[in-house]
Design a protein around this ligand. Structure first.
Ligand code: S3P
Length: 188
């Protein structure tokens, strides 16, 4: 259950954006949108903003310009979002690996790592145009390799939430409890 007391406390105390990071398929966009709703904040998704600015899909950007260009645009979008008033921001799974991005997230937001195990990620991300990295070869191996490289970065997030269970209400309940506790502890 989401506690009204936690929500009230977060609304009163939050002075920074909340940034969701983690692998693809961990629920960043879904959870982020719902979190923004309960907190009465705007929701921004770095992938959607990159697509909007380019006027192309992520798959198209990868194909036409390459991953490097995608990462540059993603970095720019995230650094700009971090300068805006409190809101909920969902980031693409690989963003934390671009130099400077995780450092900026750590400095300018309350960061949340959403964690899901690989079998559940695989179930959730099959098909679709949004994840060109998984089209390459054995997607399970690709995911495992990416995860290994990224975990040390995700682990630097302020709050870690398990989302393997896949129930957004449960995730929101843990997340709002953790956010409220974090704000009490660190008085951000
Ligand atoms: C990527 C994750 C995707 C998207 C792009 C690259 C990654 O976002 O940014 O396909 O490197 O893990 P989601 O994490 O929202 O799926």
């Amino acid at each position: 259950m989401i506690s009204d007391q936690d929500i009230g406390f977060i609304k009163a105390q939050l002075k920074m954006p909340v940034v969701l990071c983690g692998m693809m398929g961990t629920g960043k966009s879904h959870v982020g949108r719902e979190l923004a709703k309960v907190l009465g904040l705007e929701f921004k998704d770095s992938d959607s903003l990159v697509e909007e600015r380019a006027g192309r899909s992520i798959a198209d950007i990868f194909e036409s310009y390459g991953e490097k260009k995608f990462r540059e645009s993603e970095q720019k979008v995230i650094l700009q979002l971090l300068e805006q008033p409190p809101q909920v921001i969902s980031t693409g799974g690989g963003a934390v690996m671009t130099p400077g991005v995780m450092e900026a997230i750590n400095q300018k937001s309350i960061s949340v790592w959403l964690k899901t195990d690989i079998p559940h990620i695989l179930e959730r991300v099959s098909g679709g145009e949004k994840r060109p990295l998984l089209k390459e070869k054995d997607p399970e191996k690709v995911l495992a390799d990416l995860m290994e490289k990224r975990v040390p970065y995700y682990a630097r997030a302020d709050i870690h939430i398990e989302t393997t269970q896949g129930d957004v209400r449960k995730t929101l309940s843990s997340l709002t409890r953790a956010l409220s506790a974090f704000l009490k502890k660190d008085n951000v």
